[in-house]
Design a protein. Structure first.
Length: 170
């Protein structure tokens, strides 16, 4: 139906692949907001794809397993995507470690559109500040860092997605 409507209105929706990285539970948290009709316990191993429409753009969210054995596949996906999103829980040291190690991969360092969604229920958390500094050092200002609490995930994820859409629309 959407396709027919596009033909009638002569509008073409821009479509972008966006890679979502992080531990599986962290990725699910962001996906639940971006795709509210999706399953809460969806298995994203080794790969899953969801589509969300934002600002007239179709974002194809490619969630990749956090398994280090998939390094080659992750590199291929990331090199061909328009943007990268990370989902990290600052209150979980494994999640923070995974985020920093992925941010240090060469294929990520070359991307211009990167957003880190950082969940923390501790106001003024030391790990949030350390992660923010790591993002600034690694990304040289190309990384949008969004901190949120569970109650404010909708506003925070929307802010990050808006930033992605604005960068892609330029």
């Amino acid at each position: 139906m959407k396709w027919i409507l596009s033909l009638c209105c002569r509008s073409v929706r821009k479509r972008y692949a966006v890679t979502l990285l992080g531990l599986q539970n962290d990725q699910r948290r962001v996906l639940q907001y971006l795709n509210p009709n999706g399953k809460d316990n969806k298995n994203i191993r080794p790969f899953s794809e969801d589509v969300c429409v934002v600002h007239g753009m179709e974002l194809v969210l490619q969630s990749l397993d956090d398994d280090s054995d998939l390094y080659e596949i992750r590199g291929i996906h990331v090199s061909h995507c328009a943007a990268v999103m990370f989902s990290v829980d600052a209150d979980d040291s494994d999640s923070v470690e995974k985020c920093v190690s992925l941010l240090n991969e060469e294929v990520i360092k070359t991307k211009d559109v990167v957003v880190v969604f950082c969940k923390s229920n501790v106001y003024g958390s030391v790990s949030v500040d350390a992660l923010r500094r790591s993002c600034e050092e690694i990304g040289h200002g190309k990384i949008e860092f969004v901190v949120y609490e569970d109650e404010k995930i909708a506003v925070s994820v929307q802010k990050g997605v808006d930033w992605i859409c604005n960068r892609l629309d330029d």
